[in-house]
Design a protein around this ligand. Structure first.
Ligand code: GAL
Length: 569
């Protein structure tokens, strides 16, 4: 890896907040002399060469984009990322190319990136116009445009850029992950199925459901409580709703722990005036409210101390070992409910920078509170250099193909993603979605908005039991994959192109993915009976039947989820 400094970089950048940063300079074959840098009235710009045959991926948890060539991305943090703009719960200024390199741009700004899609500069036209087609198709098709990757970084007068290299995309991303301190390790219980309870259940209902899971032999390991546990949520008090739903929460927790469950609590970071530490944290908050609450500045040590000590003393001390950190993204498409980009924070960050950094700074604050207690938690936003955080991303969006694409994309950027199961229209949808959740890094069933237990409601308890048992069987393999993430930086879930970077058939494949060392998963969408599967060259066996399967393209029809295992030679 190699660091290059252009102009005068800003102070508040992701590397500043990365505790385990691990930079070891090595020689790179990337033509660094071909990178152009200049300042303009909007900030500063970079231009990197882009070859005609290259395919480029990454940019964070993209849900609607995959191969980025021919695209323009604005890396803006956004919960409603349904358009092809680069908006994401977890945008990351890191790109990887099939040509053997990755580029990390160390900025917390909403960088605009044109990947082979920027118009040519006036002086360049003469150089390349012989390759410009004139048919409508050619004129409208930017893909394979070659030329360059152009980046505009707003406000900044300079930036550090890091170049990573490797034979495959998996190797390149692994180097980026090691640079951020290595992937996270997770406890085995965190790989067990999660069930998040209906938001308005009271203590006795939570206990009754938890007991029924055991009676029905449904191997659920983690119970999640949603906003209803706070005396006030939106914004949060971080104290129990003792007057109505949880009069004796300590007793409830004891019973749940006694049954062997782990407990995960929902929250966001916006602090309600009734919160016990509200007055203490106020001086270390931004100048705008969100949901009526104050926004702690987690780049300021004082805010981190107050927030994390409350969590440690009042929640973790009770035995809680996981959190779901919600709403730390914000939205630009639904009337904007978070702090604006013009917000100012005591540490000197502005709203734009804080949106890019909040997810990882929030996770870091909760890890401080946990004081080394292992966790597998959830979060709705992350950013650059997030691999060391055992926090898995999720979304309110629910399109099935977007969930699989997000799974593929997560592995390009040091992120973890759960294709969680929420409300479904029937048994078929619930089971199809659960199949994918089972074969992913976190198996999360989120029942927060429906008082009915989904498998009882849909009449599919047997299928659900079978799938959850399948999940439990996978845990040793997943644990190994996380060990590899920790030590080598290899992402536990990856797109096919990540391992098979020389196989052009994988360049557009965003509906199948690799899990751990040897599984290839090809989910079937709800409502479908089958699908086409592509297996790259090698020896494969059907995971369920153990029969040998030929590589290449073929049709599969099954009620199960198609999973294939790479066999030795
Ligand atoms: C959403 C979150 C859901 C659920 C809900 C509770 O923001 O994505 O999973 O937690 O809040 O209000």
């Amino acid at each position: 890896m190699k660091k290059l400094t252009f102009g005068v970089p800003e102070k508040n950048v992701p590397t500043k907040f990365c505790d385990g940063l691990n930079y070891t300079e090595t020689a790179v074959s990337y033509p660094t002399d071909k990178i152009e840098f200049y300042e303009n009235s909007r900030g500063c710009c970079l231009r990197f060469p882009l070859g005609k045959d290259e395919h480029v991926y990454g940019g964070g948890l993209q849900t609607v984009l995959f191969d980025l060539v021919g695209k323009k991305l604005t890396l803006r943090t956004n919960a409603d990322c349904e358009v092809k703009t680069g908006d994401s719960h977890a945008p990351v200024p890191f790109l990887v190319s099939t040509a053997g390199y990755g580029i990390y741009i160390d900025t917390a700004r909403y960088a605009e990136i044109y990947i082979g899609s920027s118009p040519l500069l006036l002086h360049e036209v003469g150089k390349t116009d012989d390759s410009l087609g004139t048919s409508t198709d050619e004129l409208y098709n930017n893909e394979g445009a070659g030329g360059n990757i152009s980046v505009q970084i707003p406000s900044a007068k300079g930036v550090d850029v890091y170049i990573f290299e490797g034979k495959t995309i998996t190797d390149i991303v692994a180097e980026y992950n090691r640079f951020s301190g290595g992937g996270c390790d997770v406890p085995e219980w965190g790989l067990m199925p999660f069930f998040r309870m209906y938001v308005e259940y009271r203590d006795s209902e939570v206990l009754e459901k938890a007991r029924s899971f055991i009676d029905k032999k449904l191997p659920i390991g983690v119970i999640g409580l949603e906003p209803g546990w706070h005396s006030h949520a939106y914004s949060c008090t971080f104290k129990w709703r003792t007057e109505t739903l949880y009069p004796d929460y300590e007793k409830m927790l004891k019973e749940l722990f006694g049954m062997g469950y782990h407990l995960n609590l929902w929250e966001h970071c916006f602090v309600h005036p009734d919160c016990d530490f509200y007055r203490d944290i106020l001086p270390y908050c931004g100048d705008y409210r969100v949901f009526g609450g104050a926004v702690p500045d987690f780049a300021d040590e004082n805010a981190v101390k107050i927030f994390s000590e409350h969590h440690r003393d009042k929640l973790i001390s009770l035995g809680i070992d996981g959190f779901k950190l919600d709403e730390c993204d914000g939205s630009d498409f639904t009337g904007s409910w978070s702090f604006p980009n013009m917000a100012a924070f005591p540490s000197g960050l502005d709203g734009e920078q804080y949106h890019s950094l909040l997810g990882t700074l929030y996770a870091r604050t909760l890890l401080r509170a946990l004081e080394g207690k292992p966790t597998m938690s959830l979060i709705r936003s992350a950013g650059a250099l997030a691999a060391p955080y055992p926090f898995v991303l999720y979304s309110d969006l629910s399109d099935f193909s977007e969930y699989i694409r997000a799974l593929c994309n997560s592995g390009f950027s040091g992120l973890l993603w759960t294709p969680e199961v929420r409300y479904s229209f029937g048994a078929d949808e619930y089971v199809r979605r659960l199949q994918t959740a089972v074969f992913s890094v976190m198996c999360n069933m989120n029942g927060w908005n429906d008082p009915r237990i989904p498998w009882e409601n849909h009449g599919c308890e047997n299928e659900v039991r079978e799938l959850l048992n399948e999940r439990v069987k996978l845990i040793p393999m997943l644990k190994k994959a996380f060990m590899r993430y920790r030590t080598e930086g290899v992402a536990p879930a990856r797109a096919l192109v990540s391992d098979y970077t020389n196989d052009a058939e994988t360049y557009k494949t965003d509906d199948e993915y690799l899990l751990g060392d040897s599984l290839l998963v090809a989910p079937i969408a709800p409502g479908e009976k089958g699908r086409e599967v592509y297996l790259p060259e090698g020896n494969w066996i059907d995971y369920h039947t153990r029969e040998r399967v030929r590589c290449g393209r073929f049709e599969v029809e099954t009620a199960n989820i198609p999973v294939f295992e790479k066999a030795g030679d």
